[in-house]
Design a protein around this ligand. Structure first.
Ligand code: PLP
Length: 495
């Protein structure tokens, strides 16, 4: 490493990235290239001789068309993947130091800072003492939520097998719902759980797509009756599809009485729980054995940084994080979370989350004003319309589920709005095609990027607010585009 060359090239690279952020709105949000586009533009083999940095940066003109701009203020797809100056600086420092901190001695600061920042974040989330390093457990940074669930499933499996004998692997059962992230079935496959013993509980609109404790109890009783062993329950706070929140308290009691490992995946929505008004969604977390949230989603920490807390660790004063993850080597990822926590502070982070949720509320209100769409609060009646079959309380907010008049997709809780365009006639197949076409139409303009899900067989559009640069004007422009494209499609839709 030549320090002077780093200074020179580093400044050029920072300028390049700063210019990118300045012009980010000029790129189509969703890449519009065809598969294999890059092969046609780039030589077959690496150069024999060094090239100048300027040459390489000029070559980025070939790369950028193939980039989907997750940091664009017009990015509303999937869930956000935040970057920030603080997170960027932490990444830079980590790259600069470039340590491989698999054990305490390989860089004591890496292990100790990770323990400290995860304690800080754990306290911001008001996690129980048993998840803190001062209690019986502790936190660890994994690459992704998928790795987190695999690691804890493996720990749960080995703990159970030590108790019931290693030949019992075929009998172990894992419980989750049809809304649980696909990383759970994948983890089951890797952990050797028998494919028929991955119990996927059905959800529907009657519980707003959260797990029914009754269904879980029924499944466990059935499994016990045929000699199987309940091993692991994965609940979600903020499902990928629609931000459903599983009832942690009730599920925790069931897990405890059946001696199952209880894991909570709060990959996206965990961030919101640093705000007192959203912390209620973690009520019951005291009953869990492990808890995970992705700081790299909605917490201004550049990818990758997935925070996992576990209840019981066998560590003493000197612990080696290599034993808490799949690989041996590990990066100094806590630096970026440390930067984010220090350069923002709790109050700013709370404002950041609230601002996105307000923008989602704003979008929801826009959808509600257009009778051509079905949104999350689009019933024309305020209060008790007499048609609504149930009223659901979410903290200090009231959400109506308009089962009778059919005006609601699913309630919005955080910064995701689920909505759909209603077909002229009530034909579900037409509705699905219409919404698929609407998604395609808006995404191919390159002006915004949204994604979809399927709930109860219906094709639903997802509008997830959470990019750091998004402002109200971007939400308004996105809605205008959706309305325009909807008008075009409806004009071609036979009445
Ligand atoms: N869990 C939930 C609820 C998610 O929404 C996602 C991704 O969006 C994941 C897990 C997977 O996250 P990762 O990419 O960190 O594995």
């Amino acid at each position: 490493m030549d320090a002077e060359q780093l200074r020179d090239y580093g400044h050029q690279m920072v300028d390049f990235i700063a210019d990118y952020y300045n012009s980010i709105e000029s790129f189509p949000v969703l890449s519009q290239v065809q598969p294999g586009y890059l092969h046609k533009l780039i030589p077959d083999s690496a150069p024999n001789h060094p090239e100048s940095l300027q040459n390489v940066l000029d070559g980025e003109a070939k790369i950028l068309p193939g980039v989907t701009h997750w940091q664009s203020p017009n990015y509303f797809a999937y869930y956000p993947s935040n970057s920030s100056v603080a997170g960027f600086l932490g990444e830079m420092l980590s790259a600069g130091l470039n340590i491989v901190g698999f054990s305490w001695i390989t860089s004591p600061a890496a292990t100790e800072l990770e323990m400290i920042v995860l304690d800080w974040l754990g306290k911001m989330l008001k996690l129980p003492e048993h998840f803190l390093s001062t209690g019986q457990g502790g936190g660890v940074i994994q690459g992704t939520a998928s790795e987190a669930v695999l690691v804890v499933l493996l720990a749960a499996r080995d703990k159970a097998l030590r108790k019931v004998g290693k030949n019992a692997l075929e009998k172990l059962v894992v419980y989750a719902s049809d809304q649980t992230h696909a990383s759970l079935p994948k983890a089951c496959q890797i952990a050797g759980i028998h494919p028929e013993n991955c119990r996927i509980l059905k959800t529907d609109s009657s519980t707003n797509y959260s797990i029914s404790p009754d269904l879980l109890t029924e499944a466990i009783l059935h499994d016990l009756g045929v000699g199987l062993i309940p091993l692991f329950l994965c609940a979600t706070v903020g499902t990928t599809s629609s931000t459903a929140v599983d009832p942690l308290l009730e599920l925790g009691k069931i897990s405890k009485s059946n001696e199952m490992w209880f894991h909570v995946d709060a990959a996206y929505a965990g961030s919101a729980c640093i705000c007192p008004e959203y912390r209620q969604y973690l009520n019951g977390v005291e009953e869990t054995d492990s808890f995970n949230m992705n700081a790299h989603k909605w917490f201004l920490t550049n990818f990758d940084c997935s925070a996992l807390w576990v209840k019981a660790s066998e560590a003493n004063m000197v612990m080696d994080y290599k034993d808490w993850q799949i690989p041996l080597g590990r990066r100094f990822r806590s630096l970026k979370l440390w930067m984010v926590l220090r350069l923002y502070g709790l109050e700013n982070l709370q404002c950041y989350i609230r601002n996105h949720i307000q923008l989602a509320e704003h979008f929801e209100a826009l959808v509600a004003q257009d009778p051509r769409f079905e949104g999350s609060v689009s019933c024309p009646y305020v209060g008790d319309c007499g048609l609504c079959s149930s009223v659901v309380f979410f903290g200090n907010r009231i959400r109506y589920t308009f089962k009778t008049c059919g005006q609601v997709v699913t309630p919005r809780i955080f910064s995701l709005v689920c909505f759909r365009l209603l077909p002229h006639h009530n034909n579900e197949d037409d509705g699905n095609k219409l919404n698929h076409d609407l998604l395609d139409a808006v995404n191919t303009t390159g002006k915004i990027f949204i994604s979809h899900t399927v709930l109860s067989g219906k094709y639903i559009l997802r509008f997830a607010v959470g990019a750091p640069l998004t402002e109200e004007r971007h939400v308004n422009a996105a809605w205008k585009l959706l309305q325009e494209e909807a008008s075009t499609l409806l004009a071609g839709d036979p009445v």
